[in-house]
Design a protein around this ligand. Structure first.
Ligand code: ASP
Ligand code: MG
Length: 404
């Protein structure tokens, strides 16, 4: 079998862990498999490099950031190759560029344009284990680029597609994808399988198992992969295209995102073009808006309405500044903002064919005495915003109702 195995930062955090990775790769080889290993930087290294640059100036040049950040993975590939050599196994490390990964020129979040895996095949044919630096590539002009935080996942998935691997394993510090974060919900269970779309919803909802972009890529190119532990041999979670029998389960997982803040604009004039102006300004300020709720008009005189929406917590100051500037112009009343919210979501492709799911969720929250602040839904997801103080309790109750 031809296997791509990716090891994340915590799996290569120190030389003991790297030696452990080497022994796992050695086991695959002993079974007769050919292995391409993709590694991240040792945990904390990328963050630390960013910190160093920002000690010098707050907004460093992005080309130089890529040059800097790519060194993290370059350290790990060499150490992993050395660890394999110490076991008597032939291995060669390759940078993203050497592995044939060509990207566009958008520094710090480049997109892979194509992969020419000639060198990889050549080395595999010589019986070498090939170790590729995750997270990095090169433009056609030879500039070093990186693929966005968490981008080693993308390297692994894209390589698996390019070399038509039989198996792609994302090895990490958890046993797989769970029905909820086991640190918050002790009864959470590991899933045997999950569809790409469910995985994407859970990732974007704050269950940060994997980089969303890499799951999107896997979906687009039909790369089936497994999320599993690098520390034990338990089977992990298979991520793949949705199958008919997946719909039998109404809710696949529950997630809680504590990283959003809520903004309410009181007394917004209710006339055409106002929402457009507000969200255009917010968007231009680079603030990502998630949920939006507008109430019906109230008051006598000119119709006015309240408008609430959520933004990523770190974006809140920027959103407030933008709105302050807009306030006299548009003529709304107060701007209320709070960071004390949690966004609780249930996700499952089974929602497409089951009724009464929202009612059951809201009923569970009511019985816990949890007030619902905002609601949004998609075909396979229902999200509610609740008070942060009650969010974890609400999560456990909803998990018990659907998955207990
Ligand atoms: N080292 C990079 C990061 O920390 C890429 C990765 O770990 O996947 O974001
Ligand atoms: Mg990582």
């Amino acid at each position: 079998m031809l296997i791509v195995q990716k090891y994340g930062g915590s799996s290569v955090a120190n030389t003991d862990r790297i030696k452990h990775v080497a022994s796992r790769v050695a086991q695959c080889r002993a079974r007769g498999d050919r292995v391409v290993v993709v590694v991240s930087a040792m945990s904390g290294v990328t963050d630390n490099l960013i910190k160093l640059a920002r000690e010098i100036m707050p907004l460093p040049n992005e080309r130089e950031m890529d040059m800097l950040l790519a060194t993290g993975e370059q350290t790990t590939i060499a150490l992993t190759a050395i660890a394999l050599h110490s076991l008597g196994i032939p291995a060669v490390s390759l940078t993203g560029a050497q592995a044939g990964i060509v990207t566009d020129g958008v520094h710090t979040k480049a997109r892979i344009q194509n992969i020419t895996p000639r060198k990889i095949h050549e080395l595999l044919n010589q019986g070498q284990v090939v170790i590729v630096a995750g997270f990095q590539g090169q433009t056609r002009e030879g500039q070093v680029t990186t693929l966005g935080r968490g981008g080693s996942d993308l390297t692994a998935i894209a390589l698996a597609a390019a070399i038509k691997a039989d198996l792609c394993q994302i090895c990490t510090d958890v046993d797989g994808v769970y029905t909820a974060d086991p640190r918050l919900v002790p009864d959470a269970k590991k899933l045997e399988e999950i569809s790409y779309d469910e995985m994407l919803e859970l990732a974007s909802l704050g269950a940060k198992v994997m980089q969303s972009r890499s799951v999107e890529f896997a979906k687009k190119f039909g790369v089936v992969f497994e999320v599993r532990s690098s520390l034990n041999d338990h089977p992990g979670t298979i991520v793949k295209e949705e199958t008919k029998n997946m719909e039998a389960v109404v809710v696949r997982g529950v997630s809680l995102d504590k990283n959003q803040a809520k903004v309410t604009l009181v007394g917004v004039p209710d006339k055409p073009g106002v929402a457009a102006r507000i969200f255009k300004a917010i968007g231009d300020a680079g603030v990502n808006v998630d949920m939006i709720v507008q109430n019906i008009s109230h008051g006598s005189g000119a119709p006015a309405t309240d408008l609430s929406f959520t933004v990523d917590k770190p974006d809140l100051p920027r959103a407030q500044k933008t709105l302050d500037a807009l306030k006299p112009d548009i003529g709304f009343g107060r701007i209320l903002a709070t960071e004390k919210i949690g966004k609780l979501s249930i996700v499952g492709v089974g929602m497409k064919s089951h009724t009464g799911v929202a009612g059951r969720m809201f009923d569970t929250l009511a019985r816990e005495g949890v007030n619902i602040d905002m609601i949004s839904t998609s075909e396979i997801k229902i999200s509610v915003v609740v008070d942060l103080g009650k969010a974890e309790q609400a999560m456990r109750a909803v998990h018990a109702a659907f998955l207990g």
